[in-house]
Design a protein around this ligand. Sequence first.
Ligand SMILES: [Mn+2]
Length: 383
Amino acid sequence: MKTQYVPSRHITVESNNDDFTILMNRINNKRVKIENQIYNYFFKDRDNKSNLKLCELERDSKIYSLVLTLIENSFLVDDSKDEYFEFLQKQTTESVKPSFMQCPKFNDSKSYDYVFIGIPYSSNRKVGVGPHSAPKAIRNRSSQIDVSDSRGTFDNARGVELFKKNKLADIGNVVIHPGESQEQVFNRITKSIDRIRNAGATPVIIGGDHSISYPSIRSFSAIKPYLIHFDAHSDLGDYVPYSGLHHGNFLSRVMQENLISGISSIGVRGITNSKPFKHCIGPDVAIEKIIDILSKEIKPQQPVYMTVDMDSICSSQFPFVLYPESLGLSLKKLTILAKSIAKDFNIVGFDIVEYVDTNDFNGVGSNMVFNLLVDILGANSDV
Ligand SMILES: [Mn+2]
């Protein structure tokens, strides 16, 4: 079979009268100028797939050498192999500035206690609205603090230095390419969390909508953690394979795939068509009672994954979410519970999801998420 070349899906073309510049997305911003005539020949009817057989071109023609240049720079790709796409799939994360609390960039060969990772993904992404830009907002808020400052990072109310014992790094955001499937994004999320776990660290995951918890929890499938789930909703919507995972049914898939050893959902309320499930703990149950239930459920040293959907908080206190619900947990109650869980249980990973920074004002919401994060990370600093 003769090799066919097609324009890469990952290029964009800029036009400037008669000159066209092809930009290779993301990787190295390589640019190649091409003539109008060549542009029309290969790229104008991309939807009609202007396929090209290199072997059919005359070897000493001008167009042959130009086509070779385009192939070498991956502007045209082998249709049967799509090597360029495979190359893109290998890159799992990209670094973001500023880093979380100005901490160092993650290095695969070093070991850490906590590694911050952003997952800028929403399953029903709409332009300009959604939780996919939350990692940037949280990093921006956090950069007012410098965790590497030798004077320390103090919690004034508790009178403790928060990060003396904890080594932090920031791995950046999971790379998401336009047009790729959800499963491709999810595979990259799981691989990125695997990298953090290989460094002996606890991943600190910022979504994104709640769908990202499924590929994150999947990284722990070998140890089947217990799941502590803060949420206004059960997230147990119908999940039919191959028809879509979203923030309202991620837990159904986690259960279908048997990824966890048990679950408690805290803060669940509202009216749905589905019956309450066994381990629903409503927002009005007292803190001591909730801790008591968890202590009876979870064995000492059993690995625990904690997922915090910000809509578990009452919408009057935290309306900056995709689906606000009234009469939820107070921020104070959530913070006390999350801190106590981080202190008393063996947390192997946790995520905070559904914060919509585009609905925030004055940075009120990003400040609340950041403070909650610091309280969880510094939970063991008292002793
Ligand atoms: Mn949720």
